[in-house]
Design a protein around this ligand. Structure first.
Ligand code: ADP
Length: 527
């Protein structure tokens, strides 16, 4: 297109001047109504009231509140959206003071904002308090405007309550993320670190500035170089990743054991765009686990060793002891009353000592065999076991004049021989440690979930409560063998048998005197 000629340009300017003059004439004569407002470059311009119409439609239909304020904060004009934000009829909004529509604790802060808005464009977020009573946060954009009588403020208000809530929630979540001891790291699917909380800073020693934008592989030891990226690929494919434990390298080169939980980060459409990893330092935990396992193995080894020692010692001592016992017995038979009375006494001590040592060795051997020589468990009828035990104890029953009663007894999952030994030791003790009355013993069994709780109750001398645990230890006795014969191994054997069966044993005082020994045994499956 050719440039307009000079005469054409002069003609156009003249036409525009004529038009402007005609307009000014019309304003002056009152034919056309107009107001003066600030133009875009700060000049004052006339806006024709007739031409205001499209702007009014625009203002009335916009999604923000539009308001004209007088300098003291009185609302000279409001669109209906602003009235809606305040949940008030428009007539009540116009003429009201903006101060009266703010949350009370915020009113002091409005005046400085208005003072500024009378001078220049400015913005601020204020809490409006609608009649409904729930605060509406409004983002105000304000600029000065020359009204007919005075300078005022043109204000556009957007409801940002939701945004504010989201921001508050985000700040709240961010403070949780930042205050946790765990490291929380966000990264995209390529492994580029996007976020790095204080926990991560504490755990790995790098600051957020040092890591954001770098690859997550900086934390992987060389032999696990691809691990983090492999996990991200899995996450990207939509596969879930179980919590796992691995090794990571800190900024100072230290290697730590971490437990990692990796979860996908999704965009608004639900597409996986990255992952967040929560890492916890488990170095100490792993160390103590390993230490615990080492100690448990050590304990098992020394237990086995001890058991083996007890077995070998008691087994191998049997032979020489048998010789000592039989020769002292021979000595007693042949030389009784043929030497002097001292010699008779010494021989009697030697015979008795040898017999006691034999009994001790015998019991110790029995004790050491519980764990190693046990038979597999099978359904065992306790009534039958008890009958056999009572037959074996018939001499003791006769000697003491005692009697044993029992409730119906169940079938349990047990090693029959050991169960017999258990009953024998408990009932044998009940008969042995009787008081002045002939011993009365009662055996009962009560069901508990998955097991039976047995009780062997006697009316004997009782056990002081402070010894209730001690008596289950090997060789622990509360009396001399002159008072009551025994080796102090019977209850240790009973405890070992119960524990081998997965139960526990304890003693309680019997109501009315005496002791009640209780133990648990698993119920037989086919009951
Ligand atoms: P022993 O019977 O050979 O002494 P045990 O291991 O069977 O060894 O018992 C340990 C100690 O517990 C006994 O010496 C005795 O003091 C006490 N005791 C065991 N059973 C009873 C009981 N029924 N009444 C009173 N005391 C008992």
């Amino acid at each position: 297109m050719s440039k307009p000629s000079l005469s054409q340009q002069v003609e156009e300017l003249r036409r525009q001047l004529d038009e402007t003059n005609a307009t000014l004439r019309a304003i002056r004569t009152g034919e056309v109504d107009a107001v003066v407002v600030d133009g875009p470059d700060g000049d004052q311009v006339y806006v024709l009231k007739g031409a205001e119409q499209p702007y009014r439609i625009f203002v009335e239909t916009m999604s923000e509140g539009a308001v004209t304020l007088l300098r003291d904060g009185t609302i000279a004009y409001s669109n209906s959206r602003f009235a809606q934000m305040l949940q008030m009829p428009l007539e009540q909004v116009i003429g009201a003071s903006l101060f009266s529509l703010l949350a009370p604790d915020y009113q002091d802060r409005l005046q400085p904002l208005l003072d500024r808005a009378l001078q220049e464009r400015c913005a601020g977020i204020v809490p409006l308090l609608p009649r409904g009573g729930t605060v509406v946060w409004a983002d105000l954009s304000m600029c000065p405007v020359n009204l007919e009588q005075e300078r005022g403020i043109c204000l556009v208000a957007s409801d940002v309550t939701e945004r504010k809530k989201t921001e508050e929630l985000r700040a709240y979540l961010a403070s949780i993320v930042d205050s946790t001891e765990d490291a929380i790291i966000g990264k995209d699917l390529d492994g580029t670190i996007l976020s790095w909380n204080h926990g991560a800073e504490r755990l790995y020693g790098y600051s957020a500035e040092e890591t954001i934008g770098r690859s997550i592989s900086i934390l992987c030891p060389p032999e696990r170089a691809g691990e983090a990226l492999d996990i991200l690929q899995k996450i990207g494919r939509g596969e879930s990743v179980e919590r796992y434990e691995t090794e990571r390298v800190c900024k100072d080169g230290r290697r730590i054991q971490v437990s990692l939980t990796v979860s996908p980060l999704r965009d608004l459409e639900g597409r996986v765009e990255g992952a967040s990893a929560i890492a916890r330092d488990v170095t100490e935990l792993k160390r103590s686990e390993a230490e615990l396992a080492r100690q448990a193995a050590e304990l098992a080894r020394s237990n086995a060793e001890l058991q083996q020692f007890a077995y070998v010692a008691s087994h191998d001592l049997q032979e020489p002891l048998r010789a000592v016992a039989s020769f002292t017995k021979l000595l007693a038979e042949r030389y009784q009353e043929r030497l002097d009375s001292d010699a008779d006494e010494f021989i009697a001590f030697a015979v008795d000592g040898a017999r006691r040592a034999q009994r001790l060795i015998h019991d110790l051997l029995a004790y050491s065999r519980i764990g190693t020589r046990g038979r597999p468990f099978a359904a065992t009828d306790c009534e039958t076991v008890l009958q056999n035990v009572l037959a074996d104890l018939s001499a003791a029953l006769e000697d003491t004049g005692g009697h044993v009663t029992h409730d119906p007894l169940p079938v349990v999952e047990a090693d029959e021989t050991q169960l017999g030994q258990l009953f024998q030791n408990l009932i044998g003790n009940a008969l042995k440690f009787h008081g002045t009355e002939p011993p009365c013993v009662h055996v009962s069994a009560d069901p508990i979930p998955g097991a039976w709780r047995f009780s062997v109750r006697d009316n004997g001398i009782g056990i002081p409560p402070q010894f209730a645990d001690d008596i289950f230890e090997v060789f622990r006795r509360l009396h001399t063998s002159a008072e009551y014969p025994g080796t102090g191994v019977g209850l240790a054997i009973a405890k070992k048998i119960v524990e081998r069966h997965g139960g526990r044993i304890w003693v309680e005082p019997s109501p009315g005197g005496g002791s009640t020994f209780c133990f648990t045994v698993r119920a037989a499956e086919r009951e």
